[in-house]
Design a binder for this molecule. Structure first.
Ligand code: FAD
Length: 449
């Protein structure tokens, strides 16, 4: 009797360099591949709108790919533990394999499932596939985790090189009678009333094949401009790989090995290192999206939320051209250039004095690369409450930033030509108010120590 292997995909929507899939192939039993839309397990953060759009299309493309290889992608919805128990029973699985996740709630769900399935006598194994280094393997001399990027990255570089990526399968041995699958269209991941996704459709092609193509074009034709122009939002000099890495259409091992083989990629790879650092931080601090990493920031005197200000920021109607351009790019494409993410985030927190969590939530809902670690980590970095944060006294001046990084106004005229020209707030006065608030935090932390 066959005892099929179940491969449970989560943030690893690919077949190449997928160690869980490889383990199933090595077991030489028929394979079932499963994706669970889990909106029920406690603590799992519901996906935002743009992320749901990406997921729909990435799953669509993956299902076709797996079908072509000879197996089937089964879609189910519900609490992962219940769904896995059901599918294991339906197919008479003998083994379950997956790629590890590193969020706090996700780890709890996965450990409970692992324990329950093992108790039932199944062979269960999880694999490293989403980070170059497991978070518990990168430590300071004192055995603690790093809170500053440069020594963190130096320590990563001193470790044995990340393993080589595993080859993509040429075929998969599926089960004779696959279990029932939900219809992806019934999951309602795409917006309908209204359909706001036109700009996303024009900008992106989700899926593993397009991700590989993007990596190759970037490394072949564009990476030489990266160090010089990566901060210029209109230059198109960055890789645009963030949603690919977020959804695991590409593994970081593939990105790493293909990039180190090309000259002049150290700067690009150190950005991939920031992703690594954000995830290691989230691993050690699972409440990253809701709690200040530096607890002294709990004393930050946030004024009462001005709903009109938050809305103006979200809509790109602040009257500050670079901020409005960024927020409009985000709304239209589900993406925003990194430099502009920093400027728009700084403006929200330090000129509008709105709690960084409100901004993080908006980005979470609107970014196609909305990432459980990168998003809150970077928001805390900008706010000053985070690991290796921007110094509290650094308030980006969006006008100077525009002069420096968009000197000809190309980015602003592409996205915000018709934005209001009356600033919502006075940049100088609000900067002073922010510095006073940051001083209050500093004083209160001194008084405590
Ligand atoms: P490249 O410059 O080509 O970088 C290559 C890869 O390195 C990226 O794809 C990404 O995976 C990683 N990377 C680059 N910069 C960072 C960074 N600062 N922190 C962590 N990883 C990085 N990135 C996300 O992937 N998801 C998010 O939700 C997210 N939210 C952010 C929120 C704010 C307020 C800020 C300031 C930054 C945020 N970033 C986030 C980081 C960064 O802006 C994006 O990763 C980057 O703009 C993606 O473009 P790219 O792929 O062309 O980057």
């Amino acid at each position: 009797m066959a005892s099929p292997s179940l491969v449970w995909l989560r943030d690893d929507l690919r077949v190449a360099d997928n160690p869980a899939l490889r383990a199933a192939m090595d077991r030489d039993e028929p394979i079932v591949v499963l994706f669970v839309l889990d909106e029920e397990s406690p603590g799992i953060r519901p996906l935002g709108g743009a992320a749901r759009w990406w997921l729909h299309h990435s799953l669509n493309s993956l299902a076709e790919h797996i079908d072509g290889l000879g197996a089937r992608l089964i879609l189910r919805r519900g609490a992962a533990q219940k769904v896995l128990a059901d599918v294991v029973a339906e197919i008479g699985a003998g083994a379950v394999f997956w790629t590890r996740r590193y969020g706090g709630a996700e780890r709890e769900v996965d450990s409970a499932i692992k324990a329950a399935l093992r108790e039932d006598g199944l062979d269960v194994a999880s694999f490293a596939g989403s980070l170059l280094h497991e978070p518990w393997t990168v430590k300071t001399g004192a055995g603690t985790h790093f809170s500053v990027f440069t020594p963190f990255w130096r320590a990563c570089r001193a470790l044995p090189a990340p393993r080589a990526p595993l080859p993509a399968p040429r075929s998969l041995d599926g089960v004779g009678r696959p279990p029932a699958s939900d219809d992806l269209d019934d999951w309602g991941l795409l917006p309908t009333h209204p359909d706001w996704a036109g700009g996303l459709r024009d900008t992106w092609e989700p899926g593993e094949a397009a991700a590989r193509e993007r990596l190759h074009v970037f490394l072949r034709e564009e990476v030489s401009a990266y160090d010089r122009a990566r901060d210029e939002p209109s230059a198109g000099a960055t890789s645009l790989l963030s949603p690919r890495l977020r959804w695991g259409e590409l593994s970081p091992f593939t990105v790493w090995h293909e990039a180190v083989a090309v000259d002049g990629t150290a700067g690009f790879l150190s950005e991939v290192g920031w992703r690594e650092f954000a995830w290691h931080t989230a691993f050690h601090f699972p409440d990253l999206a809701t709690r200040n990493l530096r607890s002294e920031f709990d004393a930050f005197p946030w004024p009462r939320l001005h709903p009109r200000h938050l809305e103006a920021w979200q809509r790109g109607e602040t009257g500050i051209p670079l901020v409005d351009a960024g927020m409009r790019e985000l709304w239209h494409t589900g993406f925003m250039h990194n430099r502009v993410r920093m400027v728009t985030a700084s403006f929200l927190v330090k000129n509008l004095l709105i709690d960084w969590r409100r901004g993080e939530e908006w980005f979470w809902d609107t970014l196609v690369d909305a990432d459980g670690a990168n998003n809150p980590f970077n928001w805390q970095w900008v706010a000053g409450s985070g690991a290796d944060a921007a110094p509290y006294f650094r308030v980006f001046n969006p006008e100077l930033q525009a002069k420096k990084f968009d000197p000809q106004g190309l980015y602003v005229s592409e996205w915000a030509a018709d934005a209001p020209d009356e600033p919502l707030v006075d940049l100088g006065e609000t900067r002073k108010a922010a510095l006073a608030a940051y001083d209050a935090v500093k004083r209160s932390s001194r008084a405590e120590s």
